[in-house]
Design a protein around this ligand. Structure first.
Ligand SMILES: NC(=O)c1ccc[n+]([C@@H]2O[C@H](COP(=O)([O-])OP(=O)(O)OC[C@H]3O[C@@H](n4cnc5c(N)ncnc54)[C@H](O)[C@@H]3O)[C@@H](O)[C@H]2O)c1
Ligand SMILES: [Zn+2]
Ligand SMILES: [Zn+2]
Length: 361
């Protein structure tokens, strides 16, 4: 085993701290990864705020790239020295979803079996089974997806969560097709990626909605054809106006609040699709809607876990598009920071000004 630094959330709403953590040597099916970079995702903040569950202390961080340092017995998919992006969907191959050929819904995804601990032996809960605001982390080998080592770690590591979730919300869950209209509500890291995904899919109209003008500027750079500042305009009316009065074919809620989901519901064309990719907190409920509207408007109301991605299929493909200049992952990296600056990055995330802060180790 070895000791390294990690960013720990000890109690609900408390500032995080940097502590010494103990990483066991990899056991069967496990790998230790030397982390190069890890993006700050809103889900890390949800963990710190107690919005995911109460299994404190958490080892935060889960949007990471790094190099495999060691693997345990029986690991064949990766070897020491491989450059990998970490994923939180190491599919089991055996559950109901996997056996019916839909592994992106896998109900029994794998994580490391052994626990990382604080110096006093307290077991840590790694965020999304990863815990990568740390010099090194222990994961299931299937959580390591090999990608082109020539790619910039700070950029491609973001595929490990938010950027993949956003792109996949458009490509996989929303099934956006050429010529369609798409609206994205909330254009932080996830929503901006949904905008980029809609562009990749060939959407004709991509409408970005946010309360923060800077986010709208970035979304425009990533492919939004229209923007709506929802502090100044009613989002539903504005999206309808921009789509000949009908609403968009696909509306993606990348905020995850009852009010934004309701906007998505009514800003969508008849028979259109709503994709919920923002993560609500446990206290939130479905907004009050006439059931006749749910019925009468038709279409589908979907949620998107991790953009319904299959890391082994999607990460290398998206890294290729990045390397070819067709997907600007660099645009998501607003700043590179140190482990000490994670709390400050949460502040910035809440008050605008960043798409992604990325910890570089
Ligand atoms: N489904 C998944 O697999 C998955 C993966 C990663 C993150 N997420 C979730 O996606 C959400 C967004 O994550 P992020 O990292 O992009 O967060 P972020 O904080 O970077 O972005 C949120 C954006 O929403 C905007 N916003 C907030 N309230 C709004 C409103 N009422 N109307 C319009 N815009 C509004 C903010 O200005 C900000 O630009 C979070 O809930 C996060 O937990 C989901
Ligand atoms: Zn499975
Ligand atoms: Zn995340």
């Amino acid at each position: 085993m070895q000791q390294v630094r990690g960013v720990i959330a000890r109690a609900k709403g408390e500032p995080v701290s940097i502590e010494t953590i103990t990483i066991p040597d990899p056991g069967p099916g496990e790998a230790v990864v030397d982390i190069a970079t890890c993006g700050v995702c809103h889900t890390d903040l949800h963990y710190r705020e107690g919005g995911i569950n109460d299994d404190f202390p958490f080892l935060l961080g889960h949007e990471a790239a790094g190099v495999v340092e060691a693997v345990g017995e029986g690991v064949t998919e990766v070897a020491p020295g491989d450059f990998v992006v970490l994923n939180w969907r190491a599919v089991c191959g055996e559950c109901r979803a996997c056996t019916r050929g839909e592994p992106w819904y896998c109900f029994a995804t794998r994580n490391a079996t052994q626990k990382m601990t604080l110096e006093d032996g307290t077991e840590l809960t790694p965020a999304l089974g990863i815990g990568a605001f740390a010099d090194k982390t222990l994961v299931a080998a299937g959580q390591c997806t090999k990608v082109d080592p020539a790619a910039r770690a700070a950029a491609v590591g973001l595929l490990g969560c938010g950027v993949m979730a956003g792109i996949g919300a458009a490509l996989n869950t929303g099934n956006v097709r050429r010529g369609q209209s798409v609206a994205v509500i909330g254009c932080g890291g996830v929503g901006a990626a949904a905008v980029a995904g809609a562009r990749l899919a060939g959407a004709a109209k991509v409408i970005a909605v946010d309360l923060d003008p800077q986010k709208l500027l970035w979304a425009t750079g990533l492919g939004a054809t229209h923007t709506v500042d929802s502090r100044e305009q009613d989002a539903v009316e504005a999206i309808r106006e921009l789509t000949d009065g009908f609403g968009a074919d696909v509306v993606i809620d990348a905020v995850g609040r009852p009010e934004t989901w309701k906007q998505a519901f009514y800003a969508r064309d008849l028979a259109g699709t709503v994709v919920l990719v923002g993560v609500p907190t446990p206290d939130m409920t479905v907004p009050d809607l006439p059931l006749i509207d749910v019925f009468g408007r038709g279409g589908s109301l979907k949620s998107s876990w991790y953009g319904d991605c299959l890391p082994s299929r999607d990460f290398p493909m998206l890294v290729d598009l990045y390397q070819q200049g067709r997907l600007d992952l660099d645009a998501f990296v607003t700043e590179e920071i140190t482990l000490e600056e994670v709390d400050a990055a949460f502040e910035k995330m809440q008050h605008g000004g960043v798409l992604r802060s990325v910890v570089v180790l």
